[in-house]
Structures are given as structure tokens and as C-alpha cells.
Design a protein around this ligand. Structure first.
Ligand code: NAD
Length: 496
């Protein structure tokens, strides 16, 4: 076994336009969560490698910011084309290291590419404003200028998409960039950087540093790094936000979630079931926009419980690469154990088990980290399972009498990433949209993920900062405004 481990490839970093071996002395295994196979070793890069990446990125910034925006986006057009060419290969890589089904990986990658496409609009999106004769003979302009070096610290659940909520906008605006992928799923970014390497970008514009806490802390403290985007759990998000802002950086941190959906009795139950089953169990529940609590009203208690239980039971669980599989494993053994422990705690705190997905036997994948879809009923809103982010395929059902009770329950939650309503009533939908305390709202939508040209909002404990990722918010995050007030003493018409 130890022989096998030493044969595993050690993933390089990509700094200053070159692949380079890390000087790390500690490594983590990258594991296929469906099979338990070890795929590679990822170095836990020391702070010195973040420093090197920041130094070269700072150097590259001097000329990159002077490269006209229409020229900068030519690299993004090329990147889009390369990603399209490698679409299937990249999707397979996401599935192999992250566990989701191939279709889910394709969907993730499509979202990544949409962000590249949107950032190609930077010559329009980055425009400032101007005002002639703000006073007699005086004009005023507002320009947007890039900040310098920026970095992203990414989570495990969307290895292909999440760096792309930030990277294309950052470089299109004239910044230079460092990507720190999750140490659990570093392979997809390795492949993306093979494509980035083919773009002919000036060295140092985009850099890749693998690692974990030491690399993150080095990013948070580095004096040359001006802006940091983080996506991950709320505890780490809070830590990253406070340490990096204390160091004077511009920071946006997207945190965890506990997303509620409300099902009214007038909802189209077939459609609602299909959509919400995908929300709760798709990506094995490891989406920050996964439905985690379903609040039923009136007759929906019976009808929805029956239909969602049937949908959960019939979901085909297995290796995401296999045809017909609808749900893959969770990311790690620790994660599976944590999810199963929380399910047990839910039962111990009084919830009724509708479908118990613990310890399934998936033939041929005995080493995989599988949890089948799980549903608990009559969950006490104050219980652990109703309040804790589970990040697994577990749906808690809670019944209330009125839509006001339901919205109150939604708004009691500590997180505010997403809330959804299923109904045929426009009036109910409007009330919900208006009153629900969450940054992403779905009406008859189960995963209310904003398109690339909208900001990925998130409220309360789901977000620390001000400007969100994607769209126009990204432009504001990756630029600083400069206002120029201008007067010319001579009358131009008399000069010639
Ligand atoms: P995580 O917080 O464990 O890790 C995220 C990143 O932080 C990784 O790159 C990791 O190396 C680093 N990190 C972890 N612990 C650290 C520490 N103590 N100090 C410094 N750095 C540290 O998150 P995860 O398990 O990879 O991802 C799942 C979480 O991400 C869930 O909570 C999920 O809701 C959240 N998420 C949120 C969004 C969103 O848009 N709000 C999107 C995707 C995932």
C-alpha cells in the first residue's frame, strides 16, 4: 500500500506562468469519494509559495492593468473555447474527485463558462460615469481602476464553478490573481490551469497555489494582496472576514446555509416534488442552495410527504460516472459519519423517520461514502437537525398552519442563503418574495442560483461583506473608483 502511495502524482502549483513543484513537507490525499481510490497527493504549500505568487502577480499587474480591456478579454474568449473543447474531460474530473453525477458536473461547468462569457462584457460593465459642466467650464468623471493582486479561497462542492464566480471578472478588470482550491478537490483546477497555460497570458497574471490553512493564512496576511473572495463554511468565512479586513483588505465571504422551502396546498405537487427532490438530494445535498427544510401547510402535509418520500426512495444512488445514477456519494468518510450522526440526533430529539438513508450498500462501491436520501418528519424547529447545516441528502419536514407561520419560521433561521415557495397563488408568491429574509429567492424553483449576470446574494450568516460574487457586483468588488474634477483655463475655441 505504501508503495502505491509513493507512486501517486504530487500536484504542482502554477506560478509566474510555470508549473512548479511545491516545497511542502505535508500532503493530503485526493480521494475519489465513490470508490475510495486515492488519486493524487496535494501539497499543503507553505506561506513562502503564497508570497512568491503574490510577488509575481504584483509585478505582472503593472503592465496587465495597462493592457486595454478589449485586449484583456481576448484571453477570456480563448479560455471559453478551450473549456468548451475540454467540456467532457473537465466534467469527468469534477465527478471523479467530487462525486456528483456527470450531468451535475456538466451543469456546474456550464455555469463556470457563463461567468467567463459575462466577464467578456467588461468594456461595457467597467465604464464609469461623467458629467459635463458640473459647474461652469468644469467637468467631472468617475473612472474604475483595478485594485492589484486578488485571490480566491474555494470550497470542495463546486471545484469547477466557484473560482469562476470571481477569476474572469478580476482579470478582465485588470487585476492579477491567485487561486487556492479546496485541498479535497484540487484536480479540476489543475486541468483548468492546463488550459490557462495555453492562453499566452503574460506570466504572473493568474497563479495557482494548492494548500490549506497555512496557505489561507498567508493570503489573509499578505500585504500585496488587496482583495479576497472566500466561499466555504460560515465558521471559516467569519474567521477569514475578520482577519483579512483587520489587515485592511477588501473581502467578500460566502458562508454556509440551511435553506427552507415552503409548500402550499395549491402547489402543483408533481412538479414541486420533482424540483424539490432535486434540490434536497441533488449533488448529495452538498449545495449551498440545497433545500434542507420543507415547511408544509394544510393538505400539503399529507400529499407532499407521500410524494417526496416516494421520490427519495426511488432515487438511484451510485458512482456519478455510471449511467442512470441520480445521486453520488458525499465528499468524505468524515462527512458521511457526521451526516449519519446528525440524522440519529434528529431522531433522538423527537423527529419521526420517514426514509432512513444511513449505511446503504451500493454494490461494487463498498468503499464509497454513500448516504441515501433521508427524510425526517415532525421535526422540532428548535432541534439540532433543524438548525445545523447538514450538507448531505437529508430533508426535514415541519408542518405549520399558515403562510405567516411559515415565513416567520423561515426568518428565524440564522442563515439567509435561499428560501423558496411552491404555490399557484400570485398573492402568496408576492408576499413571500417581499417578506422572506434570504438573498436568493425561488418561486416554484428549487435551486434559486442566479445567472452569471446577477450577483450571488446571501444574507445573515451566509455572507460576510458587502459586494457579492458575479455580475455587476464583481465589477464593483474588483475595481476602485477614481473621481476627477477637471477645468481648463483657456477657451479651446480660441487656441487655434
Ligand atoms: P470549508 O470552510 O471547510 O473550506 C473552505 C476553504 O477554506 C478551503 O479552501 C479550505 O482549505 C479553507 N479552510 C478550511 N478551514 C480553514 C481554517 N481553519 N483556516 C483557514 N482556512 C481554512 O468549506 P467546505 O467544506 O470546503 O465547503 C462546504 C461549505 O461551503 C458549506 O458550508 C457550504 O454551505 C459552503 N458553500 C457556500 C456557498 C455560498 O455561495 N454561500 C457556496 C458553496 C459552498
Amino acid at each position: 500500500m505504501s508503495e502505491l502511495i509513493t507512486e501517486l502524482p504530487i500536484l504542482p502549483n502554477y506560478i509566474n506562468g510555470q508549473w512548479c513543484d511545491s516545497a511542502a513537507t505535508e500532503f493530503v490525499h485526493v480521494v475519489n469519494p465513490a470508490t475510495g481510490d486515492r488519486l493524487a497527493k496535494v501539497p499543503l504549500s507553505p506561506a513562502s509559495e503564497v508570497d512568491r505568487a503574490a510577488q509575481v502577480a504584483q509585478e505582472a499587474f503593472q503592465s496587465w492593468r495597462r493592457t486595454p480591456a478589449p485586449q484583456r478579454i481576448q484571453y477570456l474568449f480563448k479560455l471559453k473555447n478551450l473549456m468548451e473543447e475540454q467540456f467532457e474531460e473537465l466534467s469527468r474530473t469534477i465527478t471523479i474527485e467530487c462525486g456528483k453525477t456527470l450531468d451535475e458536473s456538466r451543469g456546474e461547468l456550464r455555469r463556470a463558462i457563463e461567468n467567463v462569457e459575462t466577464a467578456c462584457g467588461i468594456p461595457m460593465m467597467m465604464q464609469g460615469t461623467n458629467f459635463e459642466d458640473i459647474a461652469s467650464g468644469i467637468d467631472e468623471f468617475m473612472f474604475r481602476q483595478p485594485l492589484g493582486v486578488a485571490a480566491v479561497i474555494a470550497p470542495f462542492n463546486f471545484p469547477g464553478m466557484i473560482p469562476f464566480w470571481f477569476l474572469p471578472y478580476a482579470i478582465a478588470c485588470g487585476n492579477t490573481y491567485i487561486v487556492k482550491p479546496s485541498e479535497k478537490v484540487p484536480l479540476t483546477m489543475q486541468k483548468v490551469f492546463f488550459l490557462i497555460d495555453q492562453l499566452g497570458l503574460p506570466p504572473g497574471v493568474v497563479n495557482l497555489v494548492n494548500g490549506a490553512k497555512e496557505a489561507v493564512d498567508a493570503i489573509l496576511d499578505h500585504p500585496l494582496i488587496r482583495a479576497i473572495s472566500f466561499v466555504g463554511s460560515s465558521g471559516v468565512a467569519r474567521y477569514v472576514y475578520s482577519r483579512a479586513t483587520a489587515n485592511g483588505k477588501r473581502v467578500q465571504c460566502q458562508g454556509g446555509a440551511k435553506n427552507p422551502i415552503i409548500v402550499l396546498p395549491d402547489a402543483d405537487m408533481d412538479m414541486t416534488t420533482r424540483i424539490t427532490a432535486d434540490s434536497a438530494f441533488g449533488c448529495a445535498g452538498q449545495r449551498c442552495l440545497a433545500a434542507s427544510i420543507a415547511i408544509t401547510i394544510g393538505e400539503a402535509r399529507r400529499t407532499y410527504t407521500e410524494s417526496i418520500a416516494a421520490a427519495a426512495e426511488s432515487r438511484i444512488v451510485g458512482n456519478g460516472l455510471d449511467k442512470g445514477v441520480q445521486m453520488g456519494p458525499v465528499i468524505s468518510t468524515e462527512s458521511r459519519q457526521r451526516i449519519e450522526q446528525l440524522i440519529g440526533q434528529g431522531e433522538a430529539e423527537g423527529a419521526k423517520m420517514v426514509i432512513d438513508g444511513r449505511s446503504p450498500q451500493i454494490s461494487g462501491y463498498e468503499q464509497g461514502n454513500f448516504v441515501r436520501p433521508t427524510i425526517l418528519q415532525d421535526v422540532n424547529p428548535n432541534s439540532t437537525i433543524a438548525k445545523t447545516e447538514i450538507f448531505g441528502p437529508v430533508l426535514s419536514l415541519i408542518h405549520v398552519e399558515t403562510i405567516d407561520d411559515a415565513i416567520q419560521l423561515v426568518n428565524r433561521g440564522q442563515y439567509g442563503n435561499m428560501a423558496c415557495l411552491f404555490t399557484n397563488s400570485g398573492a402568496a408568491a408576492r408576499k413571500f418574495r417581499y417578506e422572506a429574509e434570504a438573498g436568493n429567492i425561488g418561486i416554484n424553483i428549487g435551486v434559486a442560483a442566479p445567472m452569471a449576470f446577477f450577483p450571488f446574494s446571501g444574507w445573515k450568516e451566509s455572507f460576510f461583506g458587502d459586494l457579492h460574487g458575479q455580475g455587476q457586483h464583481a465589477i464593483e468588488f474588483f475595481t476602485q473608483t477614481k473621481v476627477v474634477v477637471e477645468r481648463w483655463f483657456k477657451d479651446w475655441s480660441r487656441q487655434f
